[in-house]
Structures are given as C-alpha cells and as structure tokens.
Design a protein around this ligand. Sequence first.
Ligand SMILES: [Zn+2]
Length: 272
Amino acid sequence: MIVTPAGFVPLFVHEAHAAPLTFVYRGPQLLLRGPDRALPGVAVLASLALPEDRVLPVGRFHETYVRAAWVDAGTQPPPGHEFVGLRSLFGRVDDDTLALAGRAFQVAEWARTHRYCGVCGKPMHKAAGERAMRCECGHTNYPRIAPAMMVLVKRGPAILLARNAAVAPGGRMSALAGFLDPGESVEDAVHREVMEEVGLTVKDLRYFGSQSWPFPGSLMIAFTAEYAGGEIRCDPVEIAEARFFGPGDKLPELPPAQSISRALIDANLPRG
Ligand SMILES: [Zn+2]
C-alpha cells in the first residue's frame, strides 16, 4: 500500500536545490522521460518555461527538495518525454515515488483549480506561512481533501465484497466505500453507506488505517465491522453485486496492491 515515505517533510515555501524532484502535471498526467520513467531534468524544465505561480513547494524528501507544477491542457511533452496517468504507473514506478507524485498532484491540481476567488472572481495568491490561496476580499482556500470511509463487513470468517455498477460482470470486487456528507462523523457514514449500498446493519466498528488517495483528493479511512442484521439488498445505482466470501470460496479480482482497500482485505482474508 502506498504511504508517504519516512523522511518526507511538507514545505510551504520554495527551497534552493540544484536538482529538485519536479512533478509536472498536465491535468491528471505526470511528465516523465520515456524509456526510464525519470522525472524531467533541469534543461527539460527550462524548456517548458513554467510561470512562477505554477510551480509549488511540496516538501523535502531526505535532502531533496520536492515541488509540483502544472501546465495547460494543450502542452506537448518535450522530446523523449511523455505525459502518463498516475494509475498506469502502479507497479512500474517505486511506491515512494508514487506517494510523492500523489502528494504533488494534489497540490498542483488544487493550485490549478483555485486561481480565482469563488466569492468575488478576482485572482487569488499564495498565502504566506500556510498552504492556502487567499483573495484580497478575505476569502481563503485550503487544499481540498475529501474524507471517505471504507468498511469491510465481516460475518464470522466471511467477508463482504461488492462490485461497483461501473465495473463489468466478473470484474474487480472490493470493500464498501463512500464519501462523507457534511456534518457527518466517519462512523455515521459507515452505518449509512452500508445500509444504503447493501441494506445491512453493522456493529463493532474497528479502525484499520487511512490512506491519501489522490484520484483526485480523497482521504480513505478504513474500518472493519461485524454483521449485525439484514439481508443483502444492493443499491441498484451504485452496486451491481455483493456477497459474502467464506473459507474455501474462490475470491474475485481484488483492488491493486497499492490501495488500502487491498491491505484491508488481505488483513482479513476468510480463514476456516
Ligand atoms: Zn475574493
């Protein structure tokens, strides 16, 4: 599972560094050198002529300065380089780099989408001393992080896996998940989503862990819960199929190893 590596410290101001790690995004796609998937070097970055307000500090990883930048949708990659979707790099780039890339993407995407004030429409500027964009009218935007709960429902040794309606029959199944509603506690969201998605009640929630999931800015907060009552009744809009898998049952395709959903399932595999 991808987590921010030890040795990383967030930064809100630029640092001088001869060879910073620079994650350049065109929308959700990261600029990489073709054959070896290395980040762009100093000369390539210079050729992009990035405006100062499109380059943002992300942090320091050991002794190396890490920053994020974004370019317009029509920007062509420099010779020998390409723009690549982050998900397609799972297992092809080391997980530490993916974790830094995810953090950088969230910073770049936030800056790209908060250039103008949502209250008065004027240009916003980076605030001093914190990761925020501020308008002269007083309105301030912080990076948008959307909390979401994930829950693996257990019934004895069996675990509940569901297939999202957007996934083809026979495709990947996972734990239940959903975004929090404003005003809701994460525990409230677990009970609500389990009822909405599969019609069950649960009890004995246990915190498992959390993971930043930069597609585009979720914080996944994962639990296990014990089945308490009800018969499975899938929400026809969101869930195509849901059932308990017990010991000896052949498991379906599971989420990628980089995700907390997979870690949650792997830690609770049905054992007879
Ligand atoms: Zn304003």
